[in-house]
Every structure is written in structure tokens, then in C-alpha cells.
Design a protein around this ligand. Structure first.
Ligand code: ZN
Ligand code: ZN
Length: 548
């Protein structure tokens, strides 16, 4: 089997991770990664912080610290948050790493040699009050495409396009109207890749058609060559004598960091064949829909421009935004749920379960609603899955002294449920490998519902004669659930494994084992306790997120 390289979109080293990021990108990527680790397949889950860009410089200036210090603080913070949510990166780098700077400059040189870069004088906004050029987020104005107000000049948050010529500009620092000055910039000939991009988008059936259809529309409207230069001090230096006061635009180098992280990771473990492995792997870039433009146009065009020295992604799993109580999340307006705040209230597996349960493989926006969250945790995770596991294990403890009983001949009900176990790993596996995590979760829930029904129907507390079969099969179903749930709620899966007193590591059990009766009779189970605790709304303080 080919190796798998899985990347998660890079968080800006500029603020805390919130549930929106988790739902669209990090959780789906992590579930996918964890699933494939059950096949002994070589899997690399990579991420990094995106350290460059004007917002970071603006904030570092505000706090009177260096941008290096500023990004280090956020990088440490992000890493801690990801760890507390059990997001299992194999390597976490940063775009300001030496390797990324070096690779970005190499790629730029190669693009120049291949004729894909040209120089052009551009008129730049310049604030005479602040005495500086005002790239990107230093300028706000009206989007020339959709006429939405208060948009940044590097990305319209309303229509998702990159406004080439923002209307009614204002300096973000002082609010004054900027003047225009000339500066020499490097441009990437994005427009010459229109046909190649169109071919790639229409022939690569691994890409989601709901995304490619509107990217193709952008190509039809005509692609604009891309200014990759910024008159700033913080960024990847442009390797040209005449450009010492300039750096590359962050979107030129940040996706290159997917590649440089991979190369660094291998080199650090003594392997210098990173390029060959990259090119022979299956590659997935997980993203949210706000960065479609960059990942479906800029990223592939640059790799095309260096003659596919590093291959294109096979998949770009793209998901919609998370809404909070049906309102668009906005960090600037404080309307979001920070991961850290959330994990102070609930175990990490609650958020993983819920978001996996509601996040489709499409651009459809999803909604986070506290009541629905509480309902699903209580009724599904706890009253369904948790209940089956706990009732099975406590029954074995009390009625069989903690020993899995020896089964005798199965009756029809036993046979039906054993058949269900035999089929479940393929059903759930197919959904995860198609990236349909919410479907996979639904299948697990239906499986667990069937198990509860089985237990209920067999009434082991009444039927002494058939109860050994019931508990033998149920114990095995708990074992199956442990493996099936591992990609989704890894922490609870570990506890299931411990309570079953099984050896080995639940995180790398062979996936098909979930469909085998892997627990033998006479096995002694471990100490048990309920896996989950019911959420009581009245004990929670959710005022911070109250809709006004
Ligand atoms: Zn717009
Ligand atoms: Zn100003």
C-alpha cells in the first residue's frame, strides 16, 4: 500500500484554536489518520503554524515584541490545545523554519527559470502618517466583486475571492485614507495555468464536485496573475539583491510548508528520500472552505510551474464553516467557542464525538447548538454507547465474577448479532475511507442500538441458561466498539481497552479485528467504571455564548 501524507491547514500563529477550525479540518484529518494507522500503513499527519503575514506583524507591533516571540507564544499554545484534544500529529513545524525558507526560495528560483515569474511596478497603498506600505490586512475597504463592506484587501470573507482592487480603502492602523506609491513586485503567471488547472480539476475525480464546480467558474471568469511580493519585514526573504526590503506573500510559502515539513520530518529520522516518498504517496490536504482559492488554484499551479517536482494532492477534503447558534463565527466579535474554554467544561471526547456526528463531507455549513450538543452527548454517546458497554461489563463482574463466560450453541438472535459484528468493520471503514465521518459515526450508533436491543431481548438477568452466550457475545461487541471508536474518541477507546483488560495498544489494532470475536471465554476483565458522565445543563455556565 502507498504511504499516506495527510496535512491539516496551517493555523495562523495569531490567536486561539476554536471549534470552527476543529470541525472543518483538524478532527476530520485526525479521524482519517487514526483510521489508517489500524492498517499498518505508513501514515504521516503533518501540520505547522503559519507564522508570516501582516496580522501577525500588526499584533506583535501592538504588544511591542518581536514577531518571532509573538509566533512562538501562539505556536506553544496551539500545540498544547491540539494535544489536549488528542489530535495526533506526527510532525508539527512552522513556516518560519529554516527548511521552509530554503525550499520556498528554491521553488521561487525554479519558477523564475521556467519563465513563470515577472516583475512589474505596482501601485501600493502607503500611509504617510504611519510612514509605511500597507499590504493586505493593513488596508480595509469594499470588495470589488460582491461589494461587501469592511473586507481586507487580501481576502473577502463574504464571497471568498481575493479582491484585486479594493474599493474605498482605509489604513487599518490610523483609519486615514492612504496614498499610492510605486513599488517593484514579483508576479506569478497564474493566468497561464488556466488550461492545466481546468484539466486537473475536471479529470481528478477525487476532488469534491461541489467545490470544483465553482473553482472552474473562477477560471472561466479569468484568473489574474498573482502578486507574491510584500513590502514588509516579516516573511520569507526574496532571494534577490534588489528586494531586500521585501518578502514573499504568506500564501506563497505557507502551502510549501506541507512539503518542507515532510522533508524535515524524514531528514530528522535520517531519511533523505523525502522527495521520492512524497511523489509515491497518496496525498491529502484537509482544509476549510475559506481557503479553497489558495488550495485549488495557487497550490497546484505552483507545483505545475516546477514541473511536478513535488506531486499534486490526490484529495483536498474541504468542509464548510461551523456556525454558533446559527450565527457565523467571528473571532473579532468574540462569537466563537475557544477549544480551551470548551475543554474546561467537557472531556475532549465529547467534542470529538459531537463534531464527528454532525460534520458532513461537503461545504455545507454546520451549526453548533448547546442544546443539541447536550442532547446528543446524553442520548447517544452516553445512553446508547456508554450504556451498552457499562451494562455488559458490570453484568460480567457481578454475575460471572469478572470472567467472560463460555458460550454454548447460538440461537437465532445470537446468530443475527454475531453476523452484525462480522460486517461492521467494513461498513464503518468504508465510510471513513470515503471521508464520510458523520456517516461512519451513524453506523456505529446504529450498531450500538442493535447491541442494546439484543441485550434487552435476551434478558440475561432472567435467563440463566442463555446468559453465558449473551455476555460472551456482548463482551466481544464491546471489544469491537473499542476499535471502531478509536479514531473518533481515542481516549475513551483506551479506557474501554483497559476495562476489558486487553494487552496491546488500541490505537494500532488491526481494523478487521473489530469484526472478529477477539475476546476468548475465561478472559478476566479489568476494573470497570462508567466511561462517561451525563451533562447537566443547569450546572453549566454558558452565559458567555448566550444569543442576545
Ligand atoms: Zn466579496
Ligand atoms: Zn495610517
Amino acid at each position: 500500500m502507498k504511504s499516506l501524507i495527510i496535512t491539516s491547514a496551517l493555523p495562523y500563529a495569531n490567536g486561539e484554536i476554536h471549534l470552527g477550525h476543529i470541525a472543518s479540518t483538524y478532527l476530520p484529518a485526525d479521524i482519517f489518520t487514526r483510521y489508517w494507522r489500524h492498517f499498518g500503513r505508513e501514515v504521516y499527519h503533518l501540520c505547522a503554524t503559519d507564522d508570516f503575514g501582516t496580522p501577525i506583524l500588526i499584533n506583535a507591533e501592538k504588544e511591542s515584541i518581536t514577531p518571532q516571540q509573538y509566533v512562538k507564544t501562539w505556536r506553544d499554545c496551539d500545540l498544547k490545545d491540539f494535544r489536549s484534544l488528542d489530535i495526533s500529529f506526527d510532525y508539527f513545524s512552522q513556516t518560519s523554519s529554516e527548511k521552509n525558507i530554503q525550499l520556498t526560495q528554491q521553488i521561487f528560483n525554479k519558477l523564475c527559470n521556467n519563465g513563470h515569474i515577472y516583475e512589474k511596478d505596482v501601485i501600493q497603498f502607503y500611509c504617510e502618517f504611519d510612514k509605511k506600505f500597507l499590504p493586505d490586512r493593513y488596508v480595509m475597504g469594499k470588495c470589488p466583486f460582491c461589494f461587501s463592506e469592511n473586507q481586507y484587501s487580501d481576502l473577502c470573507e463574504n464571497c471568498g475571492r481575493v479582491p484585486d482592487k479594493i474599493l474605498e480603502p482605509r489604513c487599518r492602523i490610523c483609519g486615514r485614507v492612504p496614498v499610492k506609491k510605486t513599488s517593484k513586485h514579483y508576479f506569478f503567471r497564474l493566468s497561464t495555468f488556466s488550461r492545466q488547472l481546468r484539466d486537473w480539476l475536471t479529470t481528478n475525480h477525487n476532488l469534491q464536485s461541489d467545490v470544483t464546480s465553482y473553482v472552474l467558474k473562477w477560471i472561466d471568469e479569468g484568473l489574474v496573475d498573482w502578486d507574491i511580493t510584500r513590502d514588509l519585514s516579516w516573511g520569507v526573504p526574496i532571494p534577490r539583491k534588489e528586494a531586500t526590503e521585501q518578502v514573499f506573500y504568506g500564501w506563497f510559502d505557507n502551502h510549501i510548508c506541507y512539503i518542507s515539513s515532510f522533508l524535515s520530518f524524514l531528514e530528522e529520522s535520517g531519511d533523505n528520500n523525502g522527495k521520492e516518498i512524497w511523489n509515491s504517496s497518496e496525498i491529502f490536504h484537509f482544509i476549510g472552505k475559506d481557503i479553497v482559492y489558495h488550495h485549488y488554484l495557487f497550490l497546484p499551479a505552483i507545483r505545475m510551474g516546477i514541473e511536478y517536482e513535488y506531486k499534486l494532492p490526490d484529495y483536498i477534503p474541504t468542509r464548510g464553516h461551523l456556525m454558533l447558534s446559527n450565527r457565523k463565527i467571528s473571532k473579532s466579535r468574540g462569537w466563537y467557542i475557544g477549544l480551551r474554554d470548551f475543554l474546561q467544561l467537557f472531556p475532549s471526547d465529547y467534542v470529538r464525538f459531537y463534531l464527528a456526528r454532525v460534520t458532513p463531507y461537503s461545504q455545507t455549513d454546520i451549526n453548533f447548538d448547546w442544546d443539541v450538543f447536550i442532547e446528543r452527548i446524553n442520548n447517544e454517546l452516553i445512553a446508547n454507547i456508554g450504556n451498552f458497554i457499562h451494562r455488559t461489563l458490570s453484568f460480567i463482574r457481578t454475575a460471572f465474577d469478572g470472567i467472560v463466560p463460555e458460550p454454548s450453541a447460538y440461537d437465532d438472535i445470537d446468530i443475527a448479532i454475531v453476523n452484525r459484528i462480522s460486517g461492521i468493520s467494513k461498513i464503518v471503514g468504508a465510510a471513513i475511507s470515503n471521508n464520510e465521518i458523520e456517516k461512519a459515526m451513524r453506523e456505529i450508533l446504529e450498531f450500538s442500538t442493535a447491541l442494546n436491543r439484543y441485550f434487552q431481548k435476551k434478558e440475561p438477568w432472567q435467563n440463566r441458561q442463555t446468559s453465558p452466550n449473551t455476555l460472551y457475545i456482548s463482551a466481544n461487541a464491546v471489544h469491537s466498539l473499542g476499535i471502531l471508536l478509536e479514531p473518533f474518541i481515542p481516549n475513551s477507546a483506551e479506557r474501554i481497552w483497559d476495562q476489558l483488560n486487553l494487552t496491546g495498544n488500541v490505537h494500532n489494532q488491526e481494523w478487521s479485528r473489530a469484526s472478529r470475536l477477539g475476546m476468548s471465554a475465561h478472559h478476566k476483565i479489568g476494573e470497570i467504571q462508567p466511561l462517561f458522565e451525563k451533562i447537566e445543563k443547569r450546572k453549566l455556565n454558558l452565559d458567555k455564548w448566550k444569543v442576545n
